[in-house]
Write a protein that binds this ligand. Sequence first.
Ligand code: MN
Length: 289
Amino acid sequence: MTTPDTIARSRRIERLVAGMATSDGAGVRLTRVLTQPLQRRLDPFLMLDAFRSDDPDDYIAGFPAHPHRGFETITYMIAGRMRHRDSTGGEGLLNNGDVQWMTAARGIIHSEMPEQEDGLMEGFQLWLNLPARDKMQAAAYRDIPSASIPEARLASGARVRVIAGRSQGVDGAMQRPVTEPLVLDIHLPAGQTLAQPLPAGHNAFLYVYRGEVKAGPDAQPVTTTRMAILDNYADADGVSIQADTDARILLVAGRPLGEPIAQYGPFVMNTQAELEQALADYRDGSLAA
Ligand code: MN
């Protein structure tokens, strides 16, 4: 059993966000929780999509081959099966609880296709920006099977799956320089509280995908399928989360890059000229060559 982290003063919820229903790929229905207008506020994170459906019409078309440049995608599968193939030769089958960490950097072309014809498909995709100096590095891809995601188990019954960063004394599956992302899947039993230290300068948010929680010193409620943006109060050293019912929460934080963000669909660079270059490279076949 791990010794739980403690904090002296919790951040407050600055704002609740409902997300926007949309479709992407060849017609996959999803909720875009972190949308483009929030990119500056939640720097270094660029996007969070949540998908959950047991209607195959909502997911069966998948995401056929498409390009990316300039950032990383983190896909977390809660339920279902999704096959990934990419231009670096990477291939993997994402199953319940698995993570795929893809560094698009200078360019990758990949497909993400469901490998099931019915049943529940549920998961998330988070986009993490790369610093300007790393945007044109070589692409990389890593599958992290569920069994190799380090977990903290607390006496309270809380379970923290540490996808990236560090929590409750446990180092996560991924550590990234510069932005030092924290990506946690927290399972919190009803009535229990969990404290997570957060560096004050890091932007942070949580997303409740089961149950309801309260967060911060004044116990502000966050209901299911809501994102709570946490404030950057300089005297706070973390966040305190209390579950009203059995709850599952993604908690995400990272150091902002403070660099210009230029996005055109699947390309995220620093300038318009770099976006035009990405598009030209994609068209002439050199983006992922
Ligand atoms: Mn993609």
